[in-house]
Design a protein around this ligand. Structure first.
Ligand code: DI6
Ligand code: FE
Length: 400
């Protein structure tokens, strides 16, 4: 049905850039946006349904393009340890960290993982998120990675949110492969990825390129396999040290390279040329009390597209609000509120390979949007959490 949404202003992100229309109107037809523009230019016609948005600002539905929403247990005990001065790397070396979440995730049933992940995902959705990416990476063997990916698919099927699944089997070394990282990578490339891809469980492939995870050479083998399977790649890179994983990602036309605190200007140049999005994760920066800032000036100078995501995970970013991440992106990483909002809409869509259909308010795109009762778009990055009055529309249908 043709529906008119009026008495609103719009932050559209049209053509991939932050742009606004004051006193706007929008027409949706079924799942899509049919027309958007200044109300004075609204095409005359018959609108069977009309919604008065009461002066709200409409934005694209928020997109959280990097999360680890599915996991067993939680690590608040490690949080307490870190507050006593123990480092993330020390905890990992002592068998905690990712390994402890792997144990809890392997022990959990599919239903248990679904129930806890659904609670967290609903929290993101209450903040205006209509699309989310979720990674595996706490199973680290075929059976348990499959279990996570099936939960990710089920979340998308049962909740009113679009879910992209990313296989992060190369997240950490499972205990069965201690001291045999190359063998684990071989197992991922010859057994796990081909099987999981054939089952239709994988939309993209990610890896953790870090001195305490996998080397660039090991990551490259995973990328070659992903390409052979026709799957796009992403990479956790330059979070704790500079291994130039982001340049490697660019060489494989990665959708994104994520974290990036320790990246160099050469990395930024390579990413810009490849169209690889820089996904910044202020929650992890904050929670680890990182002090090294991602090189914003180099990213801007070379025109790298910048996204902002929650990195929702039990170890380094237990973040249940993407809007809070927008604030932290501005306060901690020095983005402008406009950059932050573009980072959670159009650039996040690009980081998921979805920019043709999502991430902006333009004719022809999917009608995923939020009508916020706020005074200015910058308010979205201004308030620290809490709940803002709003209406959320997905695929042209209002959800609560
Ligand atoms: N970087 C991160 O911040 C998360 N994974 C990664 O590769 C941390 C995951 C965890 O500590 O459980
Ligand atoms: Fe992550």
């Amino acid at each position: 049905m043709k529906t008119l949404w009026q008495n609103c202003h719009a932050a559209t992100m049209a053509q991939g850039v932050y742009s606004i229309i004051e006193d706007a109107a929008m027409v949706t037809q079924g799942e899509h946006i049919q027309w958007i523009g200044p109300r004075a230019q609204l095409p005359t016609g018959d609108y069977p349904a009309v919604h008065d948005l009461k002066g709200a600002w409409i934005t694209p539905g928020l997109i959280d393009c990097h999360t680890h929403t599915v996991f067993g247990g939680n690590r608040s005990g490690e949080f307490e340890q870190r507050l006593q001065g123990v480092s993330y790397a020390d905890i990992a070396a002592a068998g905690g960290g990712i390994a402890s979440t792997v144990r809890a995730t392997r022990a959990a049933s599919e239903d248990e993982l679904f129930a806890s992940a659904a609670r967290r995902l609903k929290s993101l959705m209450h903040d205006g998120v209509t699309t989310v990416e979720i990674k595996s990476g706490y199973g680290l063997d075929l059976v348990n990675e499959r279990k996570m990916l099936r939960v990710i698919r089920r979340l998308g099927a049962e909740l009113p949110v679009s879910v992209r699944s990313t296989c992060l089997a190369a997240h950490a070394l499972p205990p069965e492969y201690t001291e045999r990282a190359d063998d684990y990578i071989e197992h991922i490339c010859t057994e796990m990825l081909p099987a999981l891809a054939a089952e239709g469980l994988v939309d993209a492939v990610d890896a953790f390129c870090e001195y305490l995870a996998f080397s660039p050479a090991q990551v490259e083998r995973v990328f070659v396999t992903a390409q052979r399977l026709g799957l796009p790649v992403k990479l956790h890179a330059e979070q704790l040290s500079s291994l130039h994983g982001s340049s490697l990602a660019a060489r494989y036309q990665a959708l994104s390279a994520d974290h990036l605190e320790f990246m160099t200007e050469d990395d930024a140049r390579a990413m810009a040329e490849a169209g690889t999005v820089a996904v910044l994760l202020p929650g992890a920066f904050y929670f680890l009390r990182e002090t090294q800032l991602p090189p914003m000036d180099a990213l801007r100078k070379h025109g790298v597209k910048i996204a902002v995501a929650s990195d929702l995970n039990p170890g380094t970013s237990p973040a249940l609000s993407l809007r809070l991440m927008l604030n932290m992106a501005c306060t901690c990483l020095r983005l402008t509120p406009e950059e932050a909002l573009a980072g959670a809409t159009i650039h996040a869509a690009q980081a998921l390979g979805m920019a043709q259909t999502h991430g902006s308010l333009e004719a022809g795109k999917v009608a995923d949007f939020v009508a916020w009762q706020i005074d200015r778009p910058a308010d979205l990055a201004y308030w620290l959490g809490g709940e803002l009055e709003k209406r959320v529309v997905r695929h042209g249908v209002e959800i609560d």
